[in-house]
Design a protein around this ligand. Sequence first.
Ligand SMILES: Nc1ncnc2c1ncn2[C@@H]1O[C@H](COP(=O)(O)OP(=O)(O)OP(=O)(O)O)[C@@H](O)[C@H]1O
Length: 250
Amino acid sequence: MTGGNRSGGNSIPALAIEGLRAGYGRGGDIVRGIDLRQDPETILAVIGPNGSGKSSFVKTLAGMLDVRAGSVRVTGHDVTHEAPARRVSAGLAYVPQEANVFPNLTIGENFKLATEFLRGRAGVGPEQRERVLSLFPELAGRFRARAGDLSGGQRQMLAFASALLANPEVLLLDEPSAGLSPKIVDQTMEAVLRVREAGVTVLLVEQNVTAALRIADEAVVLVAGQLSLRARAADLRAADLGELFFAKVV
Ligand SMILES: Nc1ncnc2c1ncn2[C@@H]1O[C@H](COP(=O)(O)OP(=O)(O)OP(=O)(O)O)[C@@H](O)[C@H]1O
């Protein structure tokens, strides 16, 4: 998160995924052969019908689900078989859909825990904390507030901020709009834009296709664990995706 421009035609992809396959226990593959490259400092939306494997895909990238085949690179570094914490150290941060803050701890304590295991990662420290707080001014001065007492939108900001304290190159977001009112969804998406403008690459899994397409640079459609379409977000309309989803998209 430098605020500098790391993009460019010949730059190393922020994320490079090849032939990725993953699944649960002894079950069949849920992620079924995904190839994907994402340029630095872009927002890529991952959309698709319920149960198509969006969360499983992002969990695989975060190291929560074992890779059965293929590879994952973050700014050129192979993290395919790294544990989740090592991926964060390699620049890949993850905000899960649920349980993404510690509700019984204060904002200050959530911040402290977020970096507790990251000593040694470049750019983690007081300066990064100041940068993060400048992105989320609503959290500044509220360090003693209990995370569980925050509104849904504020809690989401805290989850983003905690992930960004690790100074990631890539931020994985799993359905940040889930359970939020339309107004708060808009504010949350604005926050994702600020994160991108601060120099972070964002992979955004979303059910709310309209909200995701509004801020994304590009979108991919995931159907039954495989990518069925990649397009510039500006060229896609939620209403046109119904056929791909085999369901009405709103
Ligand atoms: N912990 C789990 N154990 C076994 N199977 C799982 C587990 N979590 C998800 N699955 C299966 O993986 C498939 C894809 O689910 P996943 O949650 O990744 O899809 P999704 O696209 O994120 O869906 P949604 O949009 O409804 O969240 C489903 O068939 C689901 O039943």
